[in-house]
Design a protein around this ligand. Structure first.
Ligand code: ADP
Ligand code: MG
Length: 248
């Protein structure tokens, strides 16, 4: 028989994924057969022109949307077809998200923004019981992103770089296994963008956090372990960067 030693599964995989949107009566294909495997601790960047389907793919990875064809696997298990409730759980517990425009809540200060995913996850009673621990966790993460001096500031009182750091802290509070970063430096000047990339690289190296980052900037992309380019709905393989070591 062909029973072989079972290979460890990639942490996350897209298998023959296709996605189209409907415009008027036409189907507009966006993703036309995407295959990619991401290992734990890897930092993958996805590049492609505006409109090439980068965000669409991130939404499929993070279970914010479902593929028309193909599958998304987490640790070898198909996850895109799970019932809504299971998808919600995986989305909230496995994935962290950061975006180009931060999406912080304007009425909340930095500390409250970072705590907001926990306020949503737990009942009022549970949250109240664990509040001290949560606050301590939040303060530690805020320190890690270098914003301890800003905890009472609202988003409007923060710079772009500080808002993105706050968004990263908010993503980390739920202890995600995989960070999905959609154009995280897209709205920042190049030196601030560099600082955010340093923070992401540190999180990847020190905490083994898997990062999948979308960017249209090749220089930013080259700081990841590996880059794939989306072109006409498919991946064009670019090979590994020589400077970075890739986890097995
Ligand atoms: P990117 O992030 O690479 O700029 P997107 O994934 O946002 O690209 O979009 C890919 C294509 O799909 C674009 O042509 C866009 O207009 C279209 N598109 C994205 N989301 C939707 C949607 N919800 N409904 C219809 N068309 C969409
Ligand atoms: Mg996009």
């Amino acid at each position: 028989m062909t029973e072989t030693i079972s290979m460890p599964h990639p942490q996350l995989a897209a298998i023959a994924v296709e996605k189209a949107y409907r415009k008027d009566k036409h189907k507009v294909p966006v993703l036309r057969g995407i295959d990619v495997e991401v290992n734990k601790g890897e930092f993958l960047s996805i590049v492609g022109q505006s409109g090439s389907g980068k965000s669409t793919l991130m939404h499929l990875f993070g279970l914010l949307d479902t593929p028309d064809v193909g599958e998304i696997h987490l640790e070898g298990q198909q996850i895109d077809d799970l019932p809504e409730h299971a998808r919600d759980q995986i989305r909230n517990r496995v994935f962290g998200f950061i975006f180009q425009f931060y999406h912080l809540l304007p009425e909340l200060n930095l500390l409250e923004n970072v705590l907001s995913p926990l306020m949503i996850r737990y009942s009022t009673w549970e949250y109240w019981k664990k509040k001290k621990q949560f606050k301590q966790d939040a303060m530690e993460i805020i320190e890690k992103v270098g914003l301890s001096h800003r905890i009472k500031h609202r988003p409007a009182e923060l710079s772009g770089g500080e808002m993105q750091r706050a968004a990263i802290a908010r993503a980390l509070i739920a202890k995600p296994q995989i960070l999905l970063a959609d154009e995280p430096t897209g709205n920042l000047d190049s030196s601030t963008g560099k600082e955010i990339m340093e923070l992401l690289t540190n999180l990847n190296e020190q905490e083994q956090l898997t990062i999948i980052m979308v960017t249209h900037d090749d220089l930013i992309a080259s700081q990841a372990h590996r880059t794939v380019r989306l072109r006409e709905g498919q991946f064009e393989l670019l090979g590994k960067h020589q400077s970075a070591s890739v986890p097995a």
